[in-house]
Design a protein around this ligand. Structure first.
Ligand SMILES: Cc1cc2nc3c(=O)[nH]c(=O)nc-3n(C[C@H](O)[C@H](O)[C@H](O)COP(=O)(O)O)c2cc1C
Length: 169
């Protein structure tokens, strides 16, 4: 798929078929996403791929919406601040930004492969930290349920017009 078509058709998928996802597909997804750029190429993030029954159940309990229950796999992307590039002038840590770029690659590649996902940011942070035993310098940037979409409707994109956010100087 050409990039423009991918950008136009990728959308948040919130209902998945029960079909299991072959681990080779997940590996392919991650292998493409890891080509994402990061500040000084530090790649300061780690990724949990969760499909075992007990951990999947525990993760689903971190997000209180029924739709997540249909996901056969959940990926969690975690920024690692200790490994992030810090801008010299003000110390700004790029770990979360780098993780987000990786995530964007991951979501687009998932769409390219016919898989659906949805960025879930509204999770119970304390519970997720407990389930994944995150360290003090680690922060989950998002949960990403992955599955084959149960519905093939592609919603119309609602976005601001260019004149609402672009400043030409
Ligand atoms: C940082 C971020 C956090 C999000 N968190 C949630 C969430 O907690 N629950 C949810 O249903 N969708 C969540 N979304 C999905 C957005 O609602 C969705 O991407 C947006 O409405 C645009 O729709 P589209 O992805 O179909 O183009 C999140 C998206 C982003 C980028």
């Amino acid at each position: 798929m050409k990039f423009e078509e991918l950008a136009n058709t990728r959308h948040a998928v919130r209902k998945y078929l029960a079909t299991p996802i072959d681990s080779e597909l997940i590996k392919k997804l991650l292998d493409v996403a890891r080509k994402a750029p990061s500040a000084v190429n530090f790649q300061p993030f780690k990724v949990f791929v969760v499909s075992s029954n007990d951990k999947l159940e525990a993760l689903k309990n971190c997000y209180h919406r029924d739709w997540i229950n249909s996901a056969p796999v959940i990926i969690v992307v975690v920024a690692q601040y200790r490994m992030g590039w810090k801008r010299a002038l003000d110390g700004k840590n790029y770990a979360e930004i780098d993780a987000a770029i990786f995530i964007d690659h991951l979501m687009l590649q998932a769409a390219e492969m016919g898989l659906g996902t949805c960025w879930v940011g509204n999770f119970d942070v304390a519970e997720l930290n407990r389930v994944l035993e995150l360290k003090s310098d680690e922060e989950a940037v998002g949960m990403f349920p992955i599955g084959f979409p149960a519905d093939d409707t592609i919603p119309v994109k609602k976005r601001k017009g260019l004149d609402e956010f672009v400043v030409w100087m």
